[in-house]
Design a protein around this ligand. Structure first.
Ligand SMILES: C[S@@+](CC[C@H](N)C(=O)[O-])C[C@H]1O[C@@H](n2cnc3c(N)ncnc32)[C@H](O)[C@@H]1O
Length: 301
C-alpha cells in the first residue's frame, strides 16, 4: 500500500498516490461524474513508469479492480466516461456491461501528421465508453453542448417532411463521433506529457454530464486537464495521479501551490524556431501562457 498525499485548495483536491489506495480514501456515492483516462497498456513512457502489463489478462484484472471501486464512488444518478486503446475497448465494455449501464461508444477522432502505419490501417481514433449508474436518471445537459449543423441549415433549405414545412435546425446535439485535434507542442495548453487530452474534449463531457458545483473525479490525472476544466466550469474536482512530476503540473495548473519542496512551479518553456521570410529573419521564440517571448533574432542566411 502506498501513502496518499493530499493537496487541497477551495473546491479542488489532488490525491498523489496509487489509484486503488486513492480511490479507497474517497467516500462512496459522493461523485457526480468520473472521467478515467488510464494507461492503455501500449508501451508509453509516463516519466519512467512503463505502460505495459505482462498479459492482456493481468492488465484487465488491474482495470477491473479500479473500475469496480470507481463505480462505488458514483452517486446513483452519476455518469462515467472511460477511455481505452481501441484493442482493449471490447474487454472494457464486456466488464462494464456487467456492472453499470452502457449508454454510448464515443469515437474521439483526430488526424495525424506523425508516423503512418505501413502494414495496417493507422489508428486515428480513441474510444470513450460513456456509462451511467441509472439508465433513466442521469444528467445530460444537451443544450450546453449544441454544435452548428452543416447540411440543410447552412444551405438555407426547407424541411418539407414536417407539417408545416420549416427551415432546418441551425444547431444540433453532437453525435458519437467527435473530431478534436490532439494537443500539439505550440498550443497554449501544451504540457510535457505523452498523452495529454485536449481541454475541448473535457469541456464537452463536463458540460453535458454535470452541473455547477457537482463533483468531478479525474482518475489518472496526468496533466490534470479534467480537473482544470472542471474548475473553469465551476465544478468541484478530485484528481488522482501517481507520478510526482505530473502532480507538480496539477498543483500549478489548478493554482493549488506556487511552490513544491522549495521549487517554484513554472510553466513549460517551449522554444521553437520561426522563419520570417518578409523580414528575412530567423527567430527563436518561446510561449509562456499566451505571451510570445523572443529568445534570439538574427538575419536569415
Ligand atoms: C493516459 S495518462 C492521463 C492523461 C490525462 N488525462 C491528461 O489529460 O493529461 C495516464 C496517467 O496515469 C498515471 N498512472 C499510471 N499508473 C497509475 C496508478 N497506478 N495510479 C495513479 N495514476 C497512475 C500516469 O502517470 C499517467 O499520467
Amino acid at each position: 500500500m502506498m501513502q496518499v498525499k493530499i493537496f487541497t485548495k477551495g473546491d479542488h483536491k489532488i490525491l498523489h498516490g496509487d489509484i486503488v489506495d486513492a480511490l479507497n480514501s474517497i467516500e462512496d456515492n459522493s461523485v457526480n461524474l468520473i472521467f478515467a483516462d488510464p494507461p492503455y497498456n501500449i508501451g508509453k513512457n509516463f516519466n519512467g513508469r512503463k505502460d505495459r502489463w505482462v498479459s492482456r489478462t493481468s492488465y484487465m484484472k488491474w482495470c477491473k479492480q479500479w473500475i469496480g471501486l470507481a463505480i462505488n464512488k458514483l452517486k446513483s444518478n452519476g455518469s462515467m466516461y472511460i477511455m481505452s486503446a481501441t484493442q482493449f475497448a471490447p474487454d472494457f465494455e464486456f466488464f462494464l456491461r456487467s456492472r453499470i449501464e452502457m449508454k454510448s461508444r464515443i469515437i474521439w477522432s483526430y488526424d495525424s501528421s506523425g508516423v503512418q502505419a505501413k502494414t495496417n490501417f493507422g489508428s486515428l481514433y480513441e474510444p470513450i465508453l460513456f456509462c451511467v449508474k441509472d439508465k433513466y436518471k442521469y444528467t445530460f445537459n444537451s443544450k450546453a453542448i449544441l454544435i452548428k449543423t452543416k447540411t440543410g441549415a447552412e444551405r438555407k433549405l426547407i424541411n418539407y417532411r414536417t407539417n408545416p414545412p420549416r427551415p432546418y435546425n441551425k444547431k444540433k446535439i453532437p453525435g458519437n463521433v467527435w473530431h478534436f485535434p490532439r494537443v500539439r507542442y505550440r498550443m497554449e495548453e501544451y504540457e510535457e506529457h505523452p498523452t495529454q487530452k485536449p481541454k475541448v474534449l473535457l469541456e464537452r463531457i463536463i458540460k453535458v454530464s454535470s452541473r455547477k458545483n457537482d463533483l468531478v473525479l479525474d482518475l489518472f490525472s496526468g496533466t490534470f486537464t479534467t480537473s482544470l476544466v472542471a474548475k473553469e466550469l465551476n465544478r468541484k474536482s478530485i484528481g488522482i495521479e501517481i507520478d510526482e512530476g505530473f502532480v507538480k503540473v496539477g498543483l500549478r495548473r489548478l493554482k493549488i501551490r506556487q511552490q513544491y519542496k522549495k521549487e517554484k512551479l513554472l510553466p513549460v518553456i517551449k522554444p521553437y524556431i520561426r522563419r520570417n521570410s518578409k523580414e528575412k529573419t530567423v527567430e527563436k521564440r518561446t510561449v509562456a501562457g499566451s505571451r510570445i517571448i523572443y529568445l534570439k533574432r538574427k538575419k536569415a542566411v
